[in-house]
Design a binder for this molecule. Structure first.
Ligand code: ASP
Length: 344
């Protein structure tokens, strides 16, 4: 019988209203299973594990990612697929991070959650959970899983995890993946978009996890009117190994000499400077405009059409793996988990 492990980490899906503060606080995972008696109808063996304490995903930290990756590794040989219940706020960060940490992944790891707690009448949590379990357990006729990837499932859509971002704080379709097609859509049937799914380079290799994460990364969001003091404040972070600059349009920055000079000095000092666009859709192209060309000349690296979440967590992973910044720079330009569209 196909076996699925549900890992409950926290988030709205398992929250209830605290009678004193009226705020939403996580509750015991056992109650989730009581709320979804339909789970008993699956012809699957389903086990559940709960983080203790369950957390609001705003509290996600690298230690949490390590615990989650270790848990998946410990249980990897015993289960065919994993469903991770997670708060929506930082789900895209966790999905991106796991996609890098889990090396040689051959089984589905499906993250989902909900906008309304599972005990609420109009909850989206029940559908999200049930379909995520079905996807985690889905096998092709050859016995391989349909999606041997880290994915986000939300509001009937299955996305590659490291292509997602949280788009809505209000609507049930909380996630989007503007730069990569859906991996599946749930209607009457679950229709897999098989040509979009990423498969391991070779099957049968053991899962390994990379748990050394180096978070010495800063971010610099560009905006009209920013001051040299603001840029200096970010660039003066002690020990910083990399910085993600969030640029305009297809990777452009103001052509002001004081800014370019500061970025040039940072690159010269060995800092890895990565260019991510503030646009939700489309790609950095540092050859398109003079302001982009200047960044490229300085030595800024393109993240192409990566999300911010993916570029940041890829840096955490690569910096943890390699002490040498030059190697990290090379790897940042390689498509290692389908995180950008170049060399797909
Ligand atoms: N604050 C919650 C969390 O991210 C929101 C949610 O789950 O939708 O944990």
């Amino acid at each position: 019988m196909t076996k699925v492990l549900i890992i409950y980490t926290g988030g709205t899906i398992g929250m209830k209203q605290d009678s004193a503060s009226m705020a939403l606080v996580p509750f015991n995972f056992g109650q989730i299973l009581e709320e979804v008696p339909e789970l008993k109808k699956f012809n699957l063996s389903i086990d559940a594990y709960s983080f203790d304490p369950a957390i609001d995903s705003s509290d996600v930290r690298p230690e949490f990612w390590v615990e989650l990756a270790e848990l998946i590794k410990e249980n990897y040989s015993r289960y065919d697929g994993f469903v991770v219940l997670h708060g929506t706020d930082t789900m895209a960060f966790t999905a991106s991070m796991l996609s890098f940490m889990l090396e040689n992944l051959e089984k589905p790891v499906i993250l989902t959650g909900s906008q309304l707690p599972i005990g609420v009448l109009r909850t989206d949590g029940r559908e999200n959970l049930i379909s995520a379990i079905e996807i985690a357990a889905s096998e092709r006729p050859d016995g391989r899983p349909y999606v041997p990837e880290v994915c986000v499932f939300f509001d009937n859509e299955l996305y590659r995890g490291n292509r997602t971002y949280k788009y809505s704080a209000e609507y049930f379709n909380a996630f989007k993946s503007p730069n990569y097609p859906l991996l599946a859509e749930a209607g009457i049937h679950i229709n897999f978009n098989e040509s979009a799914v990423r498969h391991p380079a070779a099957w049968g290799r053991p899962l390994s996890i990379s748990t050394k994460l180096d978070t010495r990364v800063g971010t610099l969001k560009l905006y009209p009117g920013m001051s040299p003091q603001y840029v200096d404040g970010v660039l003066s972070m002690k020990g910083m190994r990399a910085i993600v600059i969030e640029t305009f349009g297809c990777g452009n920055a103001p052509g002001r000499p004081w800014l370019l000079e500061r970025l040039r000095k940072a690159v010269e000092a060995g800092t890895i400077v990565v260019n991510v666009t503030q646009c939700a859709a489309g790609s950095v192209d540092m050859d398109a405009y003079a302001t982009g060309i200047t960044l490229k000349k300085i030595g800024v690296i393109s993240a192409y059409d990566s999300t911010f979440e993916s570029a940041l967590t890829k840096l955490y992973y690569l910096l943890g793996k390699y002490d040498d910044n030059e190697t990290v720079k090379e790897k940042m330009s390689e498509n290692i988990r389908g995180e950008f569209s170049k060399n797909q």
